[in-house]
Design a protein around this ligand. Sequence first.
Ligand SMILES: [Zn+2]
Length: 147
Amino acid sequence: MGGVMPEAPGLFTMLGRGARRRCPRCAAGDLFTSWFRMRERCPGCRLRFEGPPQEGFFLGAFTVNLCVTFGVLLVAVFAYIGMSALNEAPPLLGFVVVSGAGCVVVPIVSYPFARCVWVAFELAMHNMDDSLRGGRGSPGHARGAGR
Ligand SMILES: [Zn+2]
């Protein structure tokens, strides 16, 4: 990192954009045609989101999703332990049922956010070069949102 390319936002900027379901590169919104269906390319900078199917792009989003779900579960478990210490814990069975439901609901709700966050990671790893993913940028000289 460190300003190799003038148009490249920092990793945290890109992650922040991804967490708001925006394009990590140009911050354009409206990247999804439905909750689970992402556009092939960014409407703002034409960045290609869908890599070749074998690239494990879904797996990346899945990994981010798993981390989010695990994080939420961890917070819930610690909250339960805290409440137990105060003798105010709800019945364990209820907690398990609610946590189990959360493990199903959280990944669904966070899926589009996870996708965008993963795109941010991908961009950071590939140094803003989307030519590897069939984009029109040339290696080492991604012009980003330029016309
Ligand atoms: Zn974009």
